[in-house]
Design a protein around this ligand. Structure first.
Ligand SMILES: [Zn+2]
Length: 417
């Protein structure tokens, strides 16, 4: 991972230089503004104050060569001469160039416009073809704090996909001493996930419906056991993969569980036979099969930002991967407990605990796992996954494992964390 960091940063630097336009247009629901792109030490940059004003935010000195960019509820800190941006005081994001201060003006690398803001803050999209930043309704992109009243539903028309997360959040009650489990139903809205089983037309199983049904059951079981729960979605809506982890972080979840249905990667007459359950935690994919599931689940990204979706996520991946590292062992432990639990419930086979690099797990700074509860491409397993009673058994098993994990965690670190 570290070996490739320099190479990736160089590659990003080159691509940024190539695509930097002379000016960017900021298009917000209520205004349009233009920010010139200037050359600072031969590299494309923008005046931080002009960018902030165009985006509807503020940019002010914060002492000792530092500036604070505030956009809605987001705060991003920049330091003169340091090629890092700090978002919400949690993650230091490396940049290809350092911000430069000239008199009262701080110039930010163009990459802040093209990558940092769209990737690490929600509600912004950069279209390199049009040299345009699109700003979605700020009221809609605000993720409400715990115990706050949700904001009124915003009607922003075309921007609904990117703003969907907020209205879908069921607010948790994260009372002192109680754990908060974030339950993520895979896919949703225009992203169906997989459909199956093989040989059935029209399909009788749609992944997004099964994941939501099981996720709701897990949430109900956990709540019944006295645990607080946050669901990333409770209806048939699309939540951006990166937002799912972000939602979990903002609410200080203790554990993140994402629920999915698998699809075979095989072709030919034996493809429909593949079946079983497996649990993933975030790491580099170890096997070709894990890479296949990783590709499949990460496909959801294409529904989030349309045809102009930026390809690749090298920088974001590296950073989040490093932050996630401290939770890797915990994630693996949780994955193993969930997998062990399902062994007593599911008909099988047990495909074991796997590692893969899932976008949905990347941004969550807590033990995080993704459970593939079965193969929707297999006719028998698809029928099993659709059965309400079997969904209940699967959910109860996942719940028991999560509770057992939290108990163990408390015992190890001391209760009342
Ligand atoms: Zn899935």
């Amino acid at each position: 991972m570290l070996v490739s960091l320099g190479v990736l940063l160089q590659a990003a630097a080159v691509s940024t230089a190539l695509v930097a336009p002379r000016a960017v247009t900021v298009r917000a629901p209520d205004h349009t503004a233009t920010v010139p792109v200037v050359a600072i030490a031969g590299r494309p940059a923008v005046d931080g104050a002009r960018l902030a004003a165009a985006l509807g935010g503020t940019f002010r000195p914060a002492g000792r060569g530092r500036f604070l960019l505030t956009l809605g509820e987001w705060a991003v800190r920049f330091t003169d001469g340091l090629p890092f941006a700090t978002v919400d005081d949690t993650s230091a994001i490396p940049m290809t160039d350092a911000p430069r201060t000239e008199g009262p003006v701080m110039y930010l690398p163009f990459q802040v416009v093209s990558e940092i803001i769209p990737r690490f803050l929600s509600g912004f999209f950069y279209d390199p073809g049009a040299a345009e930043v699109r700003v979605f309704n700020p009221a809609a992109r605000r993720i409400p704090p715990v115990d706050a009243t949700p904001p009124p539903a915003a009607d922003t028309g075309a921007a609904v996909l990117a703003t969907a997360p907020v209205n879908a959040i069921a607010l948790p009650r994260h009372r002192d001493g109680r754990h908060l489990v974030v339950v993520d139903a895979g896919h949703g809205g225009p992203d169906n996930g997989m459909t199956g089983p093989i040989g059935t037309s029209p399909p009788t199983l749609v992944e997004k419906n099964i994941t939501l049904a099981v996720a709701k059951l897990v949430a109900a079981d956990l709540r019944a056991a006295g645990t607080d729960v946050l669901m990333t979605r409770t209806t048939d809506t699309l939540i951006a993969l990166s937002d799912r982890g972000r939602i979990a972080n903002r609410h200080h979840g203790d554990v993140f569980v994402s629920i999915h249905v698998n699809a075979t990667g095989q072709r030919g007459p034996t493809a429909a036979r593949e079946r079983g359950f497996e649990t993933y935690f975030l790491a580099e994919a170890k096997t070709e099969d894990a890479r296949r599931v990783e590709r499949m689940e990460n496909e959801s990204v294409k529904f989030e930002t349309g045809v102009n979706a930026p390809k690749g996520d090298a920088l974001g991946f590296i950073i989040n991967d490093m932050a996630q590292n401290e939770h890797l062992r915990e994630s693996e432990k949780l994955a193993q407990m969930i997998q062990d639990g399902l062994r007593g419930v599911e008909p099988g086979p047990d495909r074991g605990v796997q590692q893969a690099n899932f976008a949905v797990l990347r941004g969550s700074y807590m033990p995080a796992v993704l459970v593939e509860i079965g193969f929707g491409t297999n006719p028998a397993e698809a029928a099993y996954l659709r059965q309400r009673g079997d969904q209940r058994s699967i959910a109860a098993s996942i719940t028991r494992s999560v509770l057992a994990y939290l108990d163990q965690y408390d015992a190890r670190v001391g209760a009342g964390r």
